[in-house]
Write a protein that binds this ligand. Sequence first.
Ligand code: DGL
Length: 253
Amino acid sequence: MKIGVFDSGIGGLSVLHEARKVLPNEHYLYYADTSHVPYGTKPKDEIRGYIFAAISFLRDQGCEALVVACNTATSVAIDDLRRTFTTLPIIGMEPAVKPAVQANHHQRVLVLATEMTLKEPKFHNLVSKVDNEGIVDYLSLQELVLFSERFDFAEATVIPYLRARLAQVNLACYGHVVLGCTHFIYFRPHIQQVFPAGTVILDGNAGTVQHLRNLVTGFRPEAPAAGQVQFFHSGVLAPAAGFERYLDLLDRC
Ligand code: DGL
């Protein structure tokens, strides 16, 4: 099966990385909207235009299923996408708030995401559905998107930024931290470092890939040979090397 994986940039590679472990024989087209990243700080209508262009491109390339590997894009456009591309199964992302709340014992949950995701009704509806005791807090870490896009994972850059953003936060009260942006996966070691030992850091990637697996295995038996991946920067075929250095990094996140 030909599967399109889309993100504003390199964040969705974390979903692709997971998908290839579970479904190694499928073909993937990875679309990074490099010309327009970051999405999280831009107006909603502008982002929607970019998302529709990307999904139309992947559909025209013959993708039979799509993963919107971006929490921000899912928040602003998933319902419209499904209404428009009616013949294409589309899987979105959702911050892993539910598993975090369910696994938590007498501690709070902190959701980290982009500015747009945290503003959107989709996020607030999700929290009000699962957070009966009012234990969920949230914070934008938008700069991490830019750091990762420029491949800056240096502790000297990231740790002071995290400490500044978290300066008013009582870190010890959180049992679970939810990474609600696919770009943040690269920073799991940094985030773990600033929170007390024992804080559990969750993301939504495994859940999304599980949906994809159910979809693909329902579609037809496992593909016979190893699948391939093609990479695109905003609709232009791109060399794999620029993406592979991120995929290598994900083995350690
Ligand atoms: N990777 C994205 C997400 O999961 C979006 C980051 C951005 O472009 O601001 O939300």
